[in-house]
Design a protein around this ligand. Sequence first.
Ligand SMILES: CC(C)(COP(=O)(O)OP(=O)(O)OC[C@H]1O[C@@H](n2cnc3c(N)ncnc32)[C@H](O)[C@@H]1OP(=O)(O)O)[C@@H](O)C(=O)NCCC(=O)NCCS
Length: 180
Amino acid sequence: MQVGFIKFYFFVLKMKVEIRKPKLSDAKALQKLISDKDVIKQISGYSYPCPLSRMKKDVNDGIKGRKTKKSYSFTIIFDNEIAGSVMLEEPNEDKGCYDLGFFIGKIFWNKGIATEAIKQIIEFGFKKLKLYRIQADNDSDNPASSRAMEKAGLKLEGVRKKYRKKGNKYVDLMLWGITK
Ligand SMILES: CC(C)(COP(=O)(O)OP(=O)(O)OC[C@H]1O[C@@H](n2cnc3c(N)ncnc32)[C@H](O)[C@@H]1OP(=O)(O)O)[C@@H](O)C(=O)NCCC(=O)NCCS
């Protein structure tokens, strides 16, 4: 019984998800994780495969973005490995509301990592940045993203029907938000 408890305790410790400020040296691992057709197809503004130069620029922009309050990027660490990225970006005029973005490398999917990273960035947004709102959107063909946001506390606020065409299928745009 006690051995079982100790094993469980160490399992939980090992499964720790943390978000930390990005470093330029994260770019290679992040570029590898995003360069997967199933990951990249859900992220607007990227084409497959993502060149390393593009990821280096994104990481650099993420580092600089903090100073101008344009964005707050974090690298997601799971079990001491880089698992993805989560960010607050595109602030509104008074910088009280930001858009949430995130991705997790496929090898790390369905372990609750996105849910935990989103919870942590929401806490950062409300406690450190004193935001009053965080919002996000995703395509209706991305149920994992919807579910992770729902588990992290965002509410579905609306659906824009037939928002865009993906291949020969139309997808809706799901609108999510959380307020302080
Ligand atoms: C969306 C994404 C970040 C989720 O990351 P993740 O770490 O696997 O997420 P979590 O493990 O925290 O939660 C995923 C949830 O979705 C569920 N899920 C996964 N695939 C699903 C599917 N096809 N249909 C329904 N639910 C699904 C999982 O079961 C889990 O829910 P549960 O805990 O209730 O079982 C990851 O899939 C990803 O990076 N996708 C590509 C990029 C992307 O979509 N970014 C967001 C753009 S808005």
